[in-house]
Write a protein that binds this ligand. Structure first.
Ligand code: PMT
Length: 403
């Protein structure tokens, strides 16, 4: 359990989508953490789950849009808006997101969320076409700019039969995100943290390069978590496909040599350096300033590669007292053995070993499976979101620092 939510009130809006049934688990998880939960359902939501289910789980009357006397709305919606310590909406349809983005208040839920001063969190759930629609993305960008928190949506098989983004996050992730807003951990305040993320690109010529599948998701999850815990975070990012988190200083690099220069220049002033990037171990011995022409004679094009500098090893060699250095090990065999060698060779305090050949682990997925290895021992972290793993890594870092 992340924290005790006794005495905290969560207002949970449930809108009309098939994922409404999963909101039941969100309520029971929050209740188990000690929170008081008040549910507001839209009329459409009541078509999927009965108010009685939520009443039983929350132990409070459920407010719906089916009020007999609309004049009571005023009192009720203001009361709930004020009572909320966090206002969450799960599932949040494209419709409620659009209403929130434009200040439309035409039912109990949209009226109450407009009136609240509490932090608002939404867990979108919809068909992938609706989620990726330009207008939905614009509405979400507007809401994010206004400080609305998002959890998900995840990608996967959707109830409509499509596969893609739009599936509501798991109830555990939603309850965790709500708990984080209610009792944020603030144990890294005043600390300087550098996180590397993404792939490097080694250019052969202006149009060709060598790279790998790193999306930046793992590094960004660590950076985001460190920001939430009060750290001042610098991200050094190579090529990434994931969205760069806000609230960090961001340095963009292309090659492993660029990453080396950026990290070694900044590392001495950092309390913690976490290297989740996947730098290319080699670069081309010869590079071309113009596009290299095809020979057209059927002969193989033989390329020589030379080794790149090892950034983690350089930072490890120059390690200062009080610094905590964390590396990752991306392996496909002998996970623990290889990771332990890297821990020692690079003078790291902690290595996060991930077997990138396992489904749900490694490159370009939202989850990971890892072993946290220190000189003292190992902790297994079975399948979990990269965000959750980021929390585990930072918990371990703080423990290593004696906090
Ligand atoms: O970005 P994602 O899509 O979320 O994918 C996450 C990830 C799989 C990239 C991440 O979890 C991960 O494993 N990152 C390390 C990738 C890697 O380069 O592993 P490695 O075992 O080759 O290197 C070990 C450590 O040395 C790493 O901390 C790496 O950043 C560092 N290194 C590697 C090569 C090099 N020349 N210099 C380095 O500093």
């Amino acid at each position: 359990m992340r924290c005790d939510l006794t005495g905290k009130s969560v207002v949970l809006g449930v809108t009309g989508g098939i994922a409404a049934y999963k909101a039941c688990e969100v309520v029971s998880r929050l209740r188990k953490m000690g929170a008081d939960v008040y549910v507001i359902m839209t009329k459409n939501a009541t078509e999927f789950v009965t108010p009685l289910t939520f009443e039983t789980l929350s132990n409070h009357p459920v407010v719906t849009d089916t009020f007999a006397r609309p004049e009571t709305w005023e009192v009720e919606h203001i009361a709930l808006a004020k009572r909320a310590d966090v206002f969450a909406i799960a599932p949040a349809t494209a419709n409620i997101l659009a209403k929130m983005a434009h200040g439309i208040a035409d039912d109990m839920l949209s009226t109450t969320v407009l009136a609240t001063k509490a932090p608002v969190l939404v867990a979108p759930a919809m068909n992938t076409g609706m989620w990726t629609a330009e207008i939905t993305q614009e509405n979400c960008a507007t809401l994010r700019k206004r400080g609305v928190h998002f959890v998900g949506p995840d990608a996967g098989f959707l109830a409509c039969g499509d596969t893609g983004s739009g599936r509501m996050s798991e109830p555990s992730a939603i309850a965790e995100a709500i708990a984080e807003l209610l009792c944020p951990v603030w144990d890294m305040a005043g600390m300087k943290v550098l996180v590397t993320a993404g792939a490097t690109r080694e250019r052969l010529d202006p149009v060709r390069y060598m790279t790998n599948d790193s999306s930046g998701k793992m590094g960004f999850a660590v950076a985001e978590e460190a920001v939430k815990r009060g750290a001042s975070v610098t991200i050094v990012a190579g090529s990434v496909t994931a969205a760069i988190p806000s609230g960090c200083e961001v340095v963009r690099v292309e090659s492993t040599q660029d990453l080396y220069d950026a990290v070694t220049a900044r590392a001495p002033e950092m309390d913690v350096v976490i290297q989740a990037a996947a730098p290319a171990d080699y670069r081309f011995a010869t590079t071309y300033t113009e596009k290299h022409k095809k020979a057209h004679d059927g002969q193989p094009f033989v390329i020589e590669l030379v080794e790149n500098p090892d950034i983690a090893a350089a930072v490890g060699a120059a390690k200062k007292p009080g610094q905590t250095l964390v590396g990752f090990a991306a392996e496909t065999e002998n996970l623990h053995e290889n990771a332990k060698k890297k821990l020692a060779k690079k003078n790291l305090d902690l290595i996060v070993a991930n077997d990138v050949s396992q489904p749900g682990a490694g490159f370009n997925v939202d989850t990971n499976i890892a072993t946290l290895i220190t000189a003292d021992g190992m902790t297994e972290c079975p399948l979990r979101t990269k965000k959750e793993l980021a929390g585990d890594i930072l918990d371990r870092v703080m423990k290593l620092r004696g906090c």
